[in-house]
Design a protein around this ligand. Structure first.
Ligand SMILES: *Cc1c(COP(=O)(O)O)cnc(C)c1O
Length: 454
């Protein structure tokens, strides 16, 4: 179904608040297969492994864009989510979801006349994953009241995602979270975030790699028989309830850059963050250009040049949250451009950088602006610079996705200065690690789940 055909009808529905709208999501592998927001939230992915997308991308009315500069972040989040979710969650509940989820600042800073930075690391785990994780957990909390069974969320993590999920789902009724992480391969702060929460958050320390953790979780979805006692779900980055909130801060930022048609440079790994920006653009938000900035895991910048998408094994870098060789949101991104390379290239540029350049640029930006980048933000900042150098009349923003203190062992030697650590990243001496050490095999996860839930 074409997005354009139904835009008009939907637009009039939005300006006519009496009309009930149920937003549907379609499976991009099978367009006829449509589900509700609740089903897309709880299933995450269809049984044929298709990603869900809004069946209709509403074009927002001009009045909304006119009012935006006066609205605060939570007000923008609330209005945008209402348009994407429709009447499945009553507006008063949606307002509560947004207020609970986004109880931390979003900051747009000006570095110079053409260059802004959008700081997304002021949440409780100091990375932008907090936006998606917190919105999703609040949606689960809302629907949990209607479920008879407990929901068990399984997450495999290399560090950051698990921390954001653990923090966001702590104390959410009707939901347990079981996190699998590779033993000895996460930082001390990350391990603290994963293993010391207590309550409904459980950690399995796997004697293996992140890939082992992910394989165990994947097997559980196909092999574990819940006997109808619990429902099993995942909180990975492809969940639509993580994608939608990743559009909110682009509305916020663009509304604060009124006089520009900004280029937006995003440090990309699984391409969820930039897909959020593209979704916002489809609704009518003024964005001049998307800049895909990556580390040497460069499959998408290569695709933009050659037109062929060739997934590879991921390579380790110092911007490690972007070490992805086959981005899970790639199909969503191309879908938003009707799977047409010409359309994509008319709006998207791509650049990639190696570790030496990432380090060097952290130093350059510190000396030029006194601003401290983390390695991921460094990649995005370089992407914006390279684009602006070729487009002299443009201005733009780059996205800073993590607090530099999370990567102090890389950043401090470059800038020759100690970085103050935010409270949320401090190691608390009194916190007690609570995790179960398991073999890197599916059977050990199955035994754990059986003992706990059957
Ligand atoms: C996850 C992450 C990214 C990559 O985001 P995607 O949505 O996967 O493209 C970039 N920076 C940081 C700090 C992250 O945690």
């Amino acid at each position: 179904m074409s997005h354009r055909l139904i835009k008009k009808e939907l637009q009039s529905a939005f300006s006519n608040p009496g009309k009930v709208i149920i937003m549907k999501y379609f499976n991009i592998k099978n367009r006829e297969h449509k589900v509700s927001f609740r089903e897309a939230l709880t299933k995450s992915i269809s049984s044929d492994k298709g990603l869900y997308m809004p069946a209709v991308i509403p074009v927002f009315e001009k009045d909304f864009f006119d009012r935006m500069p006066e609205m605060d972040f939570c007000e923008i989040a609330y209005e945008v989510s209402a348009k994407f979710i429709g009447d499945e969650i009553p507006l008063t509940d949606l307002k509560k979801i947004c207020d609970e989820a986004f109880n931390f600042p979003v900051i747009l800073r000006k570095l110079d006349d053409r260059k802004y930075v959008l700081e997304l690391f002021h949440g409780p785990t100091a990375a932008f994953k907090d936006f998606g994780a917190r919105f999703m957990s609040q949606c689960f909390r809302y629907f949990a009241g209607m479920n008879e069974k407990k929901t068990v969320v399984l997450v495999a993590t290399s560090g950051d995602t698990g921390g954001a999920i653990a923090n966001s789902f702590l104390g959410i009724e009707g939901v347990d979270v079981v996190i699998l992480y590779p033993s000895g391969k996460v930082s001390a702060v990350q391990e603290q975030q994963l293993t010391t929460q207590g309550q409904n958050i459980y950690a399995l320390e796997v004697k293996g790699t992140f890939d082992d953790c992910q394989a165990m979780v994947k097997s559980a979805f196909t092999r574990f028989d819940t006997q109808g006692k619990v429902s099993l779900t995942s909180a990975n980055s492809i969940n639509i309830a993580r994608l939608i909130p990743q559009s909110f801060y682009y509305y916020f930022a663009v509304s604060r850059m009124k006089d520009f048609l900004p280029a937006i440079s995003v440090p990309c790994g699984n391409f969820g963050n930039i897909t959020g920006a593209m979704l916002a653009w489809k609704t009518g938000l003024n964005i001049g250009r998307f800049i895909v900035s990556t580390n040497i895991n460069r499959v998408v910048p290569d695709y933009l040049r050659s037109g062929s998408y060739i997934p590879r094994k991921s390579i380790l870098t110092i911007a490690n949250a972007m070490d992805v060789g086959d981005p899970s949101n790639f199909d969503r991104m191309t879908e938003l451009f009707d799977n047409n390379l010409g359309n994509i290239n008319s709006m998207v540029s791509g650049y990639w950088y190696d570790d030496d350049l990432i380090r060097r640029h952290i130093g350059e930006v510190y000396r030029k602006y006194g601003y401290i980048l983390d390695p991921h933000g460094s990649v995005a900042s370089m992407g914006l610079d390279d684009y602006l150098a070729k487009n002299r009349n443009s201005a733009g923003l780059f996205v800073e996705t993590a607090h530099p203190a999370k990567f102090c062992d890389i950043v401090e030697p470059v800038i020759g200065k100690h970085i103050a650590v935010p409270d949320s990243l401090k190691i608390l001496p009194e916190s007690v690690k609570n995790s179960v050490l398991v073999e890197p095999e599916y059977n050990s996860l199955e035994d754990y789940l059986k003992n706990k839930y059957l």
